[in-house]
Every structure is written in structure tokens, then in C-alpha cells.
Design a protein around this ligand. Structure first.
Ligand code: FES
Length: 218
């Protein structure tokens, strides 16, 4: 059993267990660190969104809080110039491939990107990076929900829900780099795929990519 240790986050001493990931320790103690791709139950986080950077005293470079385990005496800072710069860049990269018509989005006012923008004083518009301008058809084939890939942030929450929680395996990541998408095998519509329409994926989507059709909200 891991032992109880003390770390400091933004000046607050916090008791936790050795090896607990800094991200969850912070969140459980009401210290917000932006995050999209982290899944607490996942043993080896893929740390792909790059939003959860923190600095740790004694380490020369910022680290991702979702992958760094707590050690006794760690001194963590969630807001430094370097952290803020890295988070801003990661956020802007996500926006470069995101449909920014928030007012038309089913997740408007309930979207993690809006929350991060508010918490960190970031703008919800493109600045340095040109839009990827990928176009997708919305998959409205399921009875209760739809999938709009133009709003997908590739966080992987839906893939985890589908594979690990629902144990179905209807969706996964395909392609690499800027062509990466969440898709079914052979890019079938969800209704044609092995999707059981359990809607667990909809419930974990942090943006408006997977959403309930009007009148179908759970
Ligand atoms: Fe840590 Fe995405 S939450 S990299």
C-alpha cells in the first residue's frame, strides 16, 4: 500500500498518497489545472492534450500533471510564466481544429474549452495558428445522439467509455497527425457499426462533439 506523503501545490500543503498523479491531487483539493485527455482509471496516461503543465521545484522543465506522480516534499506551481505560455499554445492548437461557432453548439455554456478559457483568461478564437479547415459530415444515424467531428478535441474520453466501460469497441482513433479522427471501423456510420447506442460516450464528451438530439437528453 502506498504511503501518505505531503506535497505543496501553489503554497498549500496537501496530504496524499505516494504516486497519486498531481492532476487528481490538485483537482480533489479545488486547485484547477486545465485538462482534457486525462482519465483517472487509466494506468498510463497518454498525455496528448498538453494542457495540464505544471512546474515542480528542482525540475528544469514543466511536466504534465496527469503523468507526474506525487513524491514526498514536491513543491508544485500551477501558474508560472512558462506554464501559462505552454498551456496557451496547447489551447490555441486545439482551437485551430475546432468548430468555434459556440452559439450554435449544443455544449454552449457547458463546454470544457469555455471553462479553460475563463479560468486561464484565454481567448476562444484563433490567433497564431491557421485553421486546419477539415470538413466532416455530422453522423446523425443513432436514434438519440449525433457525432459532429468538427467539434471533437481528440481527448479520447469517448473511446475509453466505449472500450473500457461499455466494453463495445465501436470507436477508436484512426489516422495520424493532423488527419487523426475518432471513427468507427471502416468509417461506417455509428448505426451501421457495432455501436450499441448505450450513450456512455455522449455523457463523457467534454465539448459538443457527441450530443443528444433535442428531446433525448438523459
Ligand atoms: Fe495531461 Fe491532457 S490532461 S496532457
Amino acid at each position: 500500500m502506498s504511503k501518505t506523503i505531503t506535497i505543496t501545490i501553489d503554497g498549500h500543503p496537501i496530504e496524499t498518497r505516494s504516486g497519486e498523479k498531481i492532476l487528481w491531487v490538485a483537482l480533489e483539493n479545488d486547485i484547477y489545472i486545465p485538462h482534457l485527455c486525462a482519465i483517472k482509471e487509466e494506468g498510463r496516461p497518454n498525455s496528448s492534450c498538453r494542457l495540464c503543465f505544471v512546474e515542480i521545484e528542482g525540475l528544469s522543465n514543466p511536466v504534465t500533471a496527469c503523468s507526474k506522480g506525487a513524491e514526498d516534499g514536491l513543491v508544485v506551481k500551477t501558474r508560472t510564466e512558462r506554464v501559462d505560455r505552454l498551456v496557451k499554445t496547447a489551447f490555441e492548437l486545439i482551437l485551430s481544429d475546432h468548430n468555434l461557432k459556440c452559439r450554435e453548439c449544443p455544449a454552449n455554456r457547458n463546454c470544457v474549452l469555455q471553462k479553460i478559457a475563463k479560468e486561464r483568461g484565454l481567448k476562444l478564437r484563433r490567433q497564431r495558428f491557421a485553421p486546419l479547415n477539415r470538413t466532416f459530415e455530422i453522423d446523425e444515424s443513432p436514434a438519440e445522439f449525433a457525432f459532429d467531428r468538427s467539434r471533437c478535441v481528440l481527448c479520447g474520453q469517448c473511446v475509453w467509455a466505449d472500450r473500457v466501460e461499455a466494453k463495445v469497441g465501436a470507436i477508436g482513433f484512426t489516422n495520424r497527425g493532423i488527419n487523426r479522427v475518432v471513427s468507427t471501423f471502416n468509417d461506417l456510420s455509428l448505426a451501421e457499426s457495432i455501436c450499441t447506442e448505450c450513450t456512455l460516450c455522449v455523457d463523457v464528451c467534454p465539448v459538443g462533439a457527441l450530443y443528444y438530439k433535442k428531446g433525448q437528453e438523459s
